[in-house]
Design a protein. Structure first.
Length: 126
């Protein structure tokens, strides 16, 4: 199990569940990344417009402004979109729809941090 080095990288974690956000922020920070967090798509949208991120890890199901809503906001804004990695606790998600909206990857939360970590490492090395 290889631990990635994300020193100098900037990530945004978007999830309405504070425990999930805190866990992901801690894991990425331990690997050297600078990590911002948002609790919904609206907050994330403003952060993305104001700052540069190497990747955004975003929950799909959130009240007020979901991950799908965030993808739509980014697509309609015509702004450059950082790589968007979507995640959900549910497997009833259309990955085809996510890709059409600009998402680069999708993961189930139950899949573990290692899969997410490896996917982000692959995306930012492209």
């Amino acid at each position: 199990m290889e631990i990635q080095d994300f020193t100098g990288r900037r990530f945004l974690v978007v999830d309405d569940e504070s425990l999930v956000r805190e866990t992901l922020v801690e894991q990425f920070s331990l690997r050297g990344a600078t990590v911002m967090e948002a609790s919904d798509g609206n907050d994330a949208f403003h952060l993305i417009l104001e700052q540069d991120f190497d990747a955004v890890l975003c929950d799909i199901r959130m009240p007020e402004c979901s991950g799908i809503d965030l993808l739509r906001l980014m697509k309609s804004s015509k702004e450059s979109m950082p790589p968007m990695i979507m995640m959900s606790a549910f497997d009833d998600v259309s990955t085809e729809e996510l890709q059409k909206l600009g998402a680069r990857s999708f993961f189930l939360k139950a899949g573990g941090f290692q899969k997410i970590e490896n996917a982000i490492a692959k995306l930012i090395s492209e």
